[in-house]
Design a protein around this ligand. Structure first.
Ligand code: GDP
Ligand code: MG
Length: 724
């Protein structure tokens, strides 16, 4: 008896079968999240102890099969072949047995030692359907256990079975071979022997699987065989001949025939072990779908839901937003009061606390939005949204699935870009990532509110701001079309729009999914924003000894002495205070003009002059790279009213009005803010998601160029039309 002390298991299964839920139930808090090497597919690893065994668990990407068509499939099967986990736990959505068992057959062919977790068995039993788990295990040579992931039911049973299988103590375990019929077997036999003898791979692969995959023209396997030089070439020839032979026999490609065989095998199993429910849940879903995906009502209902989501996000988010804002101000004041004034205090208060605080306030909005989206997703409605918007999205050379990330972009582009992971093809993903920043995120709204308030009458404010959102959409469609005709040619990859049955999401599931999304945001944004804020602060704080045109300190000193004589109440005292504040602001303005950031602004000014922007606007666009909220605080600093200025500040609005910026230039400025790169956080996410510096650079480069061109057209075109 082998008493294994450490066991390595991998969770495989279809997307949405509850893998991650089971993973969390098994590992609890003992896990960490990373990426699979070289690709942007998330990898979760964790561990637990059970019955004296140390069990490590890997959550494989969700897949429907194990071909080489998607990154997820390649990652999953590579892991199984190369890492040889002791046991593969196949997490099965018991309500989707046929599709799941199709994957089971392929896992068996890979030679994994399997345990089937018949998950979502609560819903199965509720529906009145029955699965004979005992018999299923016996037929497949792989034991099956019922589980309910989000309630943790069956986890003990599952782990017990896993340990038994790993120790070779389970009576049901045996290697079965899925028969392909003697015609095909006649060829598979010799090919399998050859595949074994050739030793094509450094890590041995199951030879029968290699033969099958080669006959299916699996690109990874074929490449490996080609790399094996002469012996590989001979093998390939034989494969090619067999393919021709099989084709003439069946009149279809071998891969089609093979898939049919597997489905036939699955159908046979189902007959033996599955009893359908009296009234299928699917049919209840059909009834709901009759309304929600209705030709005429579908879209209005959909827009109503989206409107409700945004409403909820901003209404419910408003209160906690104020609390956080109040907390940040309190923290800034508290810190300022308890540190000796000077450079360090300045760095902590103005650089770190205000900078990070500006982003922190959006946290409630973001978490609420994520929670709503998780709800729509877990309930099965998101799949319908993709279905409904498919036709519109084809205008952009994308399909309905790409709609959800675009929608999320109105909240925040960074998680929206992460959401493009649901798209299968690399091309669709990159196209979506490139146009996503044109969706006007919530961080740009403060800029619109401030500038519109300063340059446009209140009765037009709503229209002006709406026109900017609309401009973003139009540009997204135009750019989408342009890119799909030029640098990213091709049709949107065809995909089956599955409509999974509706299901009431569980609170636990919602929280886990919301947190999973939110914490990435927290971590990334926190780091980037902190560094960015400190950098901007440093650029505006140095050099310290800017030569000033007047001796402000002396003037302020004189005023203070005079003020003392008048006491500190009454009109005259007020007057002194105001004069002193004005002088301090003027000193600050002059100092900043001479600081590094002022010099950068002056250097950039010529580029922006045709757009009607001065050096201060230029600087704010520069600092706005870090985050769009920073545009507002930068304008605040540069237009002399102190860094705490926000869009409500009358002083800043007045200062903007007094500047020589025209309403036309102001509109061009807002368009610029809309179009160019939203924030450093987004750049970091684009880098991560495209896994390419080239695409990241292109995304930033084209956005800045487009912003300049559009702003130029607005400024100069408007001037020609006599608008400004
Ligand atoms: P994954 O894509 O395979 O990782 O699936 P998830 O773990 O993200 O689960 C998808 C959804 O199914 C979530 O809303 C879960 O809460 C839910 N879920 C998971 N296990 C069960 C279960 O046993 N029963 C029911 N009713 N829902 C479950
Ligand atoms: Mg998952």
């Amino acid at each position: 008896m082998k008493n294994t002390k450490t066991i390595r298991i991998a969770l495989a299964g279809n997307p949405n079968s509850g893998k991650t839920t089971l993973f969390n139930a098994i590992t609890g808090a003992h896990h960490h999240v990373g990426n699979w090497p070289g690709v942007t597919v998330e990898k979760k690893e964790g561990r637990t102890t059970f019955d004296g065994c140390e069990i490590t668990v890997v959550d494989l990407p969700g897949t429907y099969s194990l071909t080489a068509y998607s990154i997820e499939e390649i990652v999953a099967r590579r892991f199984i072949v190369h890492e040889k986990p002791d046991v593969v736990v196949h997490v099965i959505d018991s309500n989707n047995l046929e599709r799941s068992l199709f994957l089971t057959t392929q896992l068996l062919q890979l030679g994994s030692r399997l345990v089937l977790a018949l998950n979502m068995s609560d819903a199965l039993h509720q529906s009145g359907a029955r699965i004979d788990a005992e018999k299923l295990g016996a037929l497949l040579g792989a034991p099956a256990v019922f589980t309910v992931g989000h309630k943790g039911e069956g986890i003990r049973d599952l782990l017990e079975t896993v340990v038994k299988v790993a120790r070779n103590e389970h009576p049901q375990v045996r290697q079965i071979r899925i028969p392909y019929g003697h015609e095909i077997e006649d060829h598979l036999g010799p090919l399998t022997e050859k595949a074994e003898a050739l030793e094509l791979f450094e890590v041995p692969h199951p030879p029968r699987w290699v033969a099958i995959k080669a006959l299916e023209k699996d690109k990874e396997i074929l490449q490996a065989i080609r790399d094996a030089d002469r012996k590989g070439a001979l093998f390939l020839e034989e494969i090619e001949e067999t393919r021709k032979h099989l084709y003439s026999l069946y009149g279809e490609e071998p891969e089609t025939v093979f898939t049919e065989r597997l489905y036939g095998f699955v159908a046979g199993i189902l007959k033996e072990i599955y009893a359908a429910p009296p009234l299928d849940r699917i049919s209840r879903s059909d009834q709901i779908d009759a309304i929600l995906t209705h030709k005429i009502f579908g879209l209005p209902v959909f827009f109503l839901m989206i409107w409700a989501v945004f409403q909820l996000t901003f209404e419910v988010g408003a209160a906690p937003m104020e609390w956080i804002d109040a907390f940040v101000s309190w923290l800034a004041n508290f810190t300022a009061a308890h540190m000796s004034p000077g450079l360090i205090e300045n760095l902590v208060v103005d650089g770190m606390i205000s900078g990070v605080g500006a982003v922190l306030v959006f946290l409630p909005n973001i978490f609420i939005l994520f929670m709503c989206i998780s709800f729509l997703e877990d309930s099965g409605y998101m799949a319908r949204a993709a279905f409904l918007t498919d036709r519109v999205m084809h205008l952009l050379g994308l399909h309905g699935k790409a709609f959800i990330p675009m929608l999320m972009g109105f909240g925040c582009n960074a998680p929206a870009i992460m959401a493009t992971r649901t798209l299968e093809s690399e091309r669709d993903r990159i196209l979506s990532i490139l146009i996503n920043p044109l969706m006007s995120c919530s961080a740009r709204l403060p800029v619109y509110v401030l500038v519109t308030g300063a340059f446009f009458p209140p009765e037009h404010a709503g229209t002006v701001i709406f026109s900017l959102y609309f401009l973003g959409l139009v540009l997204a469609i135009a750019m989408g079309r342009l890119f799909s005709k030029t640098i990213l040619p091709g049709e949107a990859a065809p995909f089956v729009m599955e409509l999974p049955p509706y299901r009431l999401p569980t609170a636990r599931g919602l929280l886990i999914h919301t947190w999973d999304r939110g914490k990435i945001f927290l971590r990334k944004m926190g780091g980037v924003i902190l560094v960015g804020s400190v950098a901007i602060w440093a650029l505006s704080a140095f050099p310290r000894d800017v030569p000033l045109s007047r001796d402000y300190d002396a003037e302020i000193g004189t005023l203070q002495t005079e003020a003392l004589e008048w006491g500190d109440t009454g009109k005259i005292a007020e007057g002194f205070k105001k004069q002193i504040a004005e002088l301090e602001a003027a000193r600050e303005a002059e100092r900043i003009e001479g600081s590094y950031i002022g010099r950068i602004g002056k250097a950039m000014e010529p580029v922006f002059r045709p757009l009607g922007f001065d050096w201060r606007n230029a600087v704010s666009l520069f600092t706005g790279f870090v985050a769009k909220e920073i545009v507002v605080s930068t304008l605040g600093v540069l237009y002399q009213v102190g860094a705490e200025a926000d869009q409500k500040s009358e002083g800043l609005i007045q200062a903007l009005r007094n500047s020589d910026m025209t309403p036309l230039a102001a509109y061009a400025f807002m368009a610029f803010v809309l179009i160019y790169t939203p924030c450093l956080g987004t750049v970091a996410v684009i880098r991560r998601e495209t896994n390419s510096i080239k695409w990241t650079a292109f995304s930033v480069g084209y956005a800045v160029a487009l912003a300049w061109v559009v702003a130029f057209v607005i400024a100069q075109g408007g001037r020609l039309l006599g608008l400004g």
